[in-house]
Every structure is written in C-alpha cells, then in structure tokens.
Design a protein around this ligand. Structure first.
Ligand code: ZN
Length: 274
C-alpha cells in the first residue's frame, strides 16, 4: 500500500507538471520541448498520417497524450494492488521519466509498417534506423492510421490482392491512403505508454515471465477490442502472487500449468484484432 500510494502521487505530479516548461524550436517550430527534458520532434502527422483532421497540431496532440498517459497510470496504480515486481518496474519507468536524460518522441510515416511504433532499448547501443538515442520512441503515423504502405511496388500490390482475395480490387489499393479493412489505432495514449514502458528493458514474448508491457497497457487503458472482463483479467494477472514469484522454476511451472502465456496471447491477438 505504501509503495502504491507513492507511485500514484508521483505519476500524477509528472502529469500535472509536464507543461510547466515548454517551448518550441527549429524550422517551422518542428520541435516541442517539455518539462523533464521531453522532446517531441517532427510529429506534425501524429496520430494519423493523412487523416481528415488538419495535420498541424500533431506535436501538441502527442504532448497531451503523454500527459494523459501519466495520469492514467496514476489512477491505475491507485486502484490496483499490483505484485511488487510490477510496482518496481513502474518505478523504474518513473525514474527514467523524471530524470534529466533527454527523452525523444519522434514520428515518421511508412518506416516500420509492421509496427505502430518502436521504442529504444537500454541494452542496444546502435538503435534501429530513425530512432534517436535511448530513451526514444518512433511512431509510424501511416501505420497508426491503418493506411496502405506508403511505398508499394508491384510485388507488394500483388501480395495484398492475394491476401484479401475478392474483397479488394486493384484500384482500391492506393499507397499511403486508407485501407478498407484496417482500422486506425483507437487509443494512441495507450500506445505512448506501451512504447515508453519498453525503456525499462522489457520486451515481448518473455519465456520466464508474463508480458508485463502488454498486460499493464491492457489493465490501465481501455480498448474497444477488449471487454471489461478482459481488461480486468489483465489487472488480475498483474496482481497474481504466483505468476510473479521470485522462484524461477516454480514461476515457470505455474505459468505453464495455468496456460497463462496462451491466455495473454489471446488478449494480444484481440487487441490487434486478429
Ligand atoms: Zn511493444
């Protein structure tokens, strides 16, 4: 209880003070500087590349989502008696967020395509192309919008037609324009949190643990793809003493016996609408 009340207050404070320092710089004010050395850079098209909304306010929309994500985590920590492992990981994130390190959130469109966004990894020196030095996130606003790839050659178009069969005509495929069967990402604030949580070094499909990044995202944020029971189940798993116990072999046995990796995967698949 002691740990949880501290963290809730801390994340709330981050949210409330994020805009205490802010300025813009660069050509056409392409960079937004916020408190705690947050830099939002080139995100004019955030959250959705070629959306029908004017694409001039993207940096500010991302800054507001960032602020909202801290607030959400604060509420979530207040409400849930998470396992100490989960609290400690959130605490690690908090220390990165409030530190003097420069944290860069940047955007591009059509760079990753298989991902909505990518986060830097604390262990990797050479980050992925387009990613500023750690800690950073690169959002692909074309992917987030659910558009066709920006760059498609004849081979890509052929494969897309094969995949969707008779549901799609050749003339429907316009690179970088909305895909009739893909949805835009519904909750960009939740994606912002998800990516930053990777800064703690946790990645997906861990063998010896449950996926703390997805579970915390699913528990603390709402998604139209999940029922309220699924959301609550994610929270329950984060509170489960046996699922996060220190003893590795007992923990693995518990996860295996209860088919928890499979259960988490079904939550992930639902989120990605598969
Ligand atoms: Zn991820």
């Amino acid at each position: 209880m002691f740990i949880s009340s501290i963290q809730a207050k801390d994340f709330r404070f981050l949210s409330e003070s994020l805009f205490d320092i802010y300025s813009t710089q660069g050509e056409e004010e392409s960079t937004l500087l916020l408190n705690y050395n947050f830099q939002i850079n080139k995100c004019e098209t955030y959250p959705y590349f070629r959306s029908i909304n004017p694409e001039t306010e993207g940096n500010f929309i991302l800054a507001k989502n960032l602020k909202a994500s801290f607030r959400k985590i604060s509420h979530c920590v207040e409400k849930n008696e998470f396992h100490p492992f989960v609290f400690n990981t959130l605490n690690e994130l908090y220390h990165i967020l409030q530190s003097d390190q420069i944290k860069t959130l940047t955007c591009n469109y059509g760079v990753t395509h298989s991902y909505f966004a990518v986060a830097s990894d604390p262990e990797t020196i050479q980050q992925r192309p387009g990613l500023p030095s750690h800690p950073s996130v690169l959002f692909d606003t074309n992917r987030m919008a659910g558009n066709f790839r920006v760059h498609m050659d004849e081979e890509d178009i052929k494969n897309t037609l094969l995949f969707f069969g008779a549901r799609l005509n050749r003339q429907d495929i316009i690179p970088g324009m909305p895909h009739p069967f893909r949805k835009r990402i519904g909750n960009p604030t939740s994606l912002v949190f998800h990516e930053m949580f990777h800064w703690t070094g946790h990645s997906h499909y861990p063998k010896d643990n449950l996926d703390i990044v997805y579970l915390t995202q699913f528990c603390c944020f709402s998604h139209s793809e999940h029922s309220s029971q699924q959301k609550e189940r994610a929270c329950e798993l984060l509170r489960d003493k046996s699922a996060w116990q220190k003893d590795l072999s007992q923990r693995k046995a518990y996860i295996k016996r209860n088919l928890l990796h499979k259960e988490v995967q079904s939550l992930i698949d639902a989120y990605h609408n598969q």
